[in-house]
Design a protein. Structure first.
Length: 357
């Protein structure tokens, strides 16, 4: 197991990654809590609940179930969960264990931040995307209509426990979706990590998670390093938006129904690689390596029917935009990116047409 220390304005916490991570809870000071609630999804808990209970040795836990899917990240779902907690006697000394992927982490983390003005939570991420990204750094949110993550807080968990064996039950599509985020981290980290991914990307699958035992900690380290230097997205943390500006526009243009989040990021990485080349910032050989690695994961949902004009209208709505000015995170080489707002509209449109073809 690898243990990473994260510094927060509220408190410091640990991210534990590797086989046996759930056992860390045996030494967690649970006696300080009056009750423990697990927020999860029924199919996931049915598959892994007994294993988690055996590893963690948590006794007397109560489970609250959330319907699967992005629609659960809503104010309505938040209110229903808060009402259930209240009915079951949750108080200010209760602990929430968020057992699931990004939806559970975002929704449950936001609930923890506002229930009785804040109760402790622990993240137990069960998808690749959640393990390497969304569970780390304290970002919580729910959607408002079709505006993703519009209402939220910064509220870290007391622990993040990433057990890789849980990834073996992911569908092939969800498994691949998380790996696009790992590619993003490898682009940010540098040639060593990127080369490791190039060597093993074809062998990764829910049936073969062994290579992830070394890949996941490297990806987590990228996120932890950035969060430790910029917890509240004042400056540096914007680099984690690599691939997400185009990706978020694609998700919104298709009403969040066509793409898994990682798939949209995959298209975003293809687009930002082409943008970097068009701007003369990224050498074509480096761009080809990035694009080839993305495509080796498998086919992506089509974008051929999407009007470039609509995508261009949606781009300035990205949450990282300032005064309608897009903060583009553009790779200059594998291991180095540049944040710039100075990108002509015609180059952005030409870039999108490039990847559509």
């Amino acid at each position: 197991m690898k243990v990473f220390n994260v510094k927060s304005k509220q408190f410091d916490y640990q991210v534990v990654v590797g086989e046996g991570a759930w056992r860390t809870l045996r030494d967690f000071p649970r006696d300080r809590y009056s009750s423990i609630f697990v927020i999860t999804e029924k199919p996931l808990w049915k598959r892994w609940g007994k294993a988690f209970a055996a590893d963690s040795k948590l006794n007397g836990i109560r489970t609250l179930f959330v319907p699967s899917g992005e629609s659960s990240k809503s104010l309505r779902a938040l209110g229903l969960l808060a009402s259930q907690l209240l009915k079951q006697g949750a108080d200010r000394r209760s602990l929430l264990v968020l057992f699931g992927g990004g939806v559970i982490g975002d929704l449950g983390g936001f609930l923890a931040s506002v229930y009785m003005r804040g109760v402790d939570c622990i993240h137990v991420p069960t998808t690749i995307l959640a393990q390497v990204d969304s569970s780390i750094g304290g970002k919580t949110a729910v959607n408002l209509g079709e505006m993703k993550n519009l209402i939220g807080t910064f509220y870290p968990g007391r622990l993040v426990l990433s057990e890789p064996r849980v990834l073996s039950s992911l569908s092939p599509r969800n498994f691949r979706s998380g790996l696009y985020e790992v590619i993003k981290h490898a682009i940010l980290e540098g040639p060593g990590f990127f080369k490791q991914l190039e060597a093993c990307i074809d062998s990764l699958s829910p049936e073969n998670i062994d290579p992830l035992l070394t890949i996941l900690p490297r990806a987590v380290r990228v996120k932890v390093r950035v969060v430790n230097r910029d917890e509240r997205e004042a400056n540096l943390r914007v680099v984690l938006n690599l691939g997400h500006t185009f990706g978020h526009a694609l998700e919104e243009a298709t009403h969040y129904r066509r793409f898994a989040h990682g798939e949209a990021v995959g298209w975003g990485l293809l687009a930002i690689s082409r943008l970097g080349q068009r701007l003369g910032l990224l050498d074509s050989s480096e761009g080809e390596r990035i694009e080839n690695l993305v495509w080796r994961l498998g086919p992506l949902p089509s974008i051929r029917d999407l009007a470039p004009a609509r995508i261009l209208r949606l781009l300035p709505q990205d949450k990282k935009a300032v005064g309608g000015s897009i903060q583009w995170v553009v790779p200059e080489r594998i291991g180095q990116v540049r944040v710039t707002a100075d990108v002509p509209r015609e180059i952005v449109e030409a870039t999108f047409r490039d990847i559509q073809r």
